[in-house]
Design a protein around this ligand. Sequence first.
Ligand code: SAM
Ligand code: SF4
Length: 350
Amino acid sequence: MTTPGRLIDQHNRPLGVLRLSLTARCNLSCPYCQPDGGEDSRLSLHQRLQLIRACCELGLTTLRLTGGEPLLAPELDELLQTIQQGRNSRHDPLHHLQEVALTTNGTLLDGCRAEQLKQAGLDRITISLDGATGASVSRMAGLQGGERHGEQLLQRVLQGIAAAKAAGFHAESGAIKINSVIQRGRNDDQLLPLAELARQQNVELRLIEYMDVGNRNGWSAAEVVPASELLSQLQQRWPLEPLGRPQHGTASRWRYRDGAGHVAAVASISQPFCGDCNRLRITAEGMAYTCLFAEQGHDLRPFLAPDSSTYELQDALKAIWQQRTDRYSEERDQRQGEIRQPAEMAYLGG
Ligand code: SAM
Ligand code: SF4
């Protein structure tokens, strides 16, 4: 096995993270995301492993599995187990992986599933939850059944967090996080209740600004609650100490001064972090996107065909990364008025 060379794009950004979507399907329909359930052909387990290994040869150190809802993907456990074996072998490119994480809506995360994921080598799990009441959860998850169904979903997600803890994902060391999208007029009243819930759970809450990914959610800037506003509300209730945003990270972090853990904000609209973005996204069908806000992907399937070589796949990925110039979030203001057809969030995987 060779040591990966430093692969950089046109803005000197290295490849470091692969967000691999396992399916575009989801069992929820959050209005800010709007999955359509459509999926032509998903890559095989073998093809996904080919992709991850090829990226590892090019500098990848973090793999995040996502979707749609990744717990709906039948091959998830086998994928994780094979990755775990590869990470333990010095002769496998997977050996370069320092972290394997998963983002889930938590609805299917019972004790047994959490245990399986832990045993299969998953390091970290992020669970999305956008409200602390039945009514808000129902609204944000697009449930038809109103408050009662929202309360049931909330309880399932809380059980999922408990199951993850019991399985050995240690919240205090950051192995469990909660993602919350805060949308003005829809769940901004949930900021303090969500923070309270996360503090009680000893889990880091990551507040995400509502993003203009895709076309179906009818995004408007007026519905974005900037991270500065979120933080100032939190600060009034619980004093915070800023910790900054780690290089290549998406989240700026704060420490609660009373010792109740950490809170973070992903301010990709109000404070874009394109300058050191090291993330490549690959959809469940094998389309590579170098930006969350991109309109065009690159089809990798020809390089995953049985008669294609590892080198051809690596060369294709290398060329995609080396030609990368995108920094959409930093250019948003200048590009106002453009008619765009960006890819949808549930397809890209976030
Ligand atoms: N289904 C899983 C889940 O919900 O965690 C994984 C996929 S989901 C697309 C990944 C993350 O993207 C979730 O935390 C979700 O809240 C976030 N997300 C989806 N649409 C968004 C939007 N328009 N703006 C900001 N975050 C969004
Ligand atoms: Fe499904 Fe996640 Fe999108 Fe919600 S955010 S609809 S849970 S993919």
